[in-house]
Design a protein around this ligand. Structure first.
Ligand SMILES: Nc1ncnc2c1ncn2[C@@H]1O[C@H](COP(=O)(O)OP(=O)(O)OP(=O)(O)O)[C@@H](O)[C@H]1O
Length: 218
């Protein structure tokens, strides 16, 4: 079973402290990150995904400091940031193939997995179209879908249901819950609404700290 631990994590941008002394052990399953805008939810997620380095403290993945675990982590990490500059000229499937290659997936497995994910979230009919023709919600789903390639043990999702209509958001949420059966899934959301009861934890990021939130705080 995979473990993820944050030990005294701090992050500052040009001297401004966004996170300070964050300690937390993530349980297998879904953890929701909630909190006011600008509190540091995306920052915490980027640290977890090792897309950014902490200013202080360290992250332990399976009891190993993250820099040493990075090689192994790339293959087991799925990260969907809030904003991504997608390659406009590529089709969704071509983009997915690139992301899958970074994770060391075979082409046939990449195509199979991407098609299966796309089908679940209403994107299958569009995977051969250039991303340039995609709406905001379709782009969001492409970014989400690539994060799930390779059945990662750690999945970090930044507002994956933003810009989606209710039906599609429900499809995406259903897939997130399924993956949370076999992974540590950490997800930011302004609307914890229906997922909070299914989460192992809801964490509130506020004033540089991370605290367990009651259901009312979600
Ligand atoms: N690369 C950066 N350089 C400078 N400041 C940054 C950077 N990234 C984030 N910040 C600042 O850090 C703080 C936390 O930002 P972050 O995006 O993590 O918040 P958030 O809780 O995810 O907000 P939202 O809910 O609006 O997405 C904000 O004050 C933001 O301006």
């Amino acid at each position: 079973m995979n473990t993820l631990e944050l030990n005294g994590i701090g992050k500052s941008y040009r001297g401004k402290r966004v996170l300070d002394g964050v300690n937390h052990s993530f349980a297998p399953g879904l953890t929701l990150l909630v909190g006011p805008s600008g509190a540091g939810k995306s920052t915490l997620l980027a640290l977890i995904a090792s897309a950014q380095a902490p200013s202080r403290g360290r992250l332990l993945w399976n009891a190993q400091p993250l820099p040493r675990a990075r090689g192994a982590l790339r293959r087991t990490l799925g990260y969907a940031p809030q904003t991504v500059d997608l390659p406009e000229d590529l089709t969704a499937r071509e983009f997915a193939r690139h992301m899958a290659a970074l994770k060391g997936l075979q082409l046939s497995a990449a195509d199979r997995q991407f098609a299966a994910i796309a089908e679940r979230i209403g994107l299958l009919a569009d995977i051969h179209r250039p991303i340039a023709t995609f709406s905001g919600g379709m782009r969001r789903r492409v970014v989400f879908a690539q994060a799930l390639l390779g059945a990662p043990g750690l999945i970090a999702l930044d507002e994956p249901t933003a810009e989606l209509d209710a039906v599609t958001a429900e499809q995406v949420s259903g897939l997130i819950l399924e993956r949370a059966n076999d992974a540590i899934v950490v997800m930011t959301t302004h609307l914890a609404d229906r997922l909070a009861p299914r989460a192992v934890e809801v964490l509130r990021v506020q004033d540089g700290a991370v605290v367990r939130a009651g259901a009312e705080a979600a």
